[in-house]
Design a protein around this ligand. Structure first.
Ligand code: ZN
Ligand code: ZN
Length: 198
């Protein structure tokens, strides 16, 4: 985690924003931006606040974020740098999540549930980790709550399709039926009124 007390707002990128008072990690320029980010940030803010940064097992362990299939909330975890791959072909790997029989990833599901839309069906355990410098890099770095927002945005943009805005054909047809029945009812009422007048 960067030691600077001010940084760019994670929502609107406004410079010199203070940190979240609870996790002391993500930067927010205002309560409004903090509220916008809370559905995602809230999944991990408390966990980061209580994560013991001085419990690093060795200098070669780094703070990663794990998304486990059966946990609704992601978690921070120390992982030894040598276990983190130098580079990952995300796309080819992501596609196998759909066909390898792995359980649905509930941690990622919690993130994509914060926004409407049709998303990629992430499966199996997923670890997000930080690397320093250009790929291929052997140097690792700790992830923090600012990274978590970017990771969440990755899940929220990968294979995302906008919610259907035009009503389905069946619904349009049903509306037409209601409309013609209303016209029929008006004609009947008018006919009854004419009959009563005579
Ligand atoms: Zn802001
Ligand atoms: Zn926080």
């Amino acid at each position: 985690m960067s030691s600077a007390s001010l940084g760019p707002c994670i929502v609107c990128e406004k410079q010199d924003s203070p940190r979240c008072l609870r996790c002391n990690s993500a930067f927010y320029c205002s309560k409004t931006c903090q509220r916008i980010d809370w559905p995602v940030h809230g999944l991990l803010c408390g966990s980061f606040a209580t994560f013991n940064a001085s419990s690093r097992p060795t200098e070669e362990h780094f703070r990663t974020i794990v998304f486990l299939p059966n946990n609704k909330e992601p978690q921070f975890r120390w992982i030894h740098c040598k276990w983190l791959p130098i580079s990952v072909s995300r796309h080819s790997r992501a596609y196998t999540f759909l066909v390898d029989g792995s359980a649905r990833n509930k941690s990622v599901a919690s993130i994509i549930a914060t926004q409407q839309g049709d998303y990629h069906d992430w499966r199996g355990p997923i670890t997000a980790y930080g690397k320093l410098g250009p790929e291929p890099s052997r140097l690792c770095r700790d992830l923090d709550m600012n990274d978590f927002r970017h990771i969440a945005d990755y899940f929220l943009s990968y294979g995302h399709r906008l919610p259907q805005l035009t009503p389905p054909a069946q619904q349009v047809a049903a509306e037409r039926v209601v409309f013609s029945m209303t016209i029929l009812a008006v004609i009947v009422v008018a006919a009854v009124a004419i009959l009563l007048c005579y």
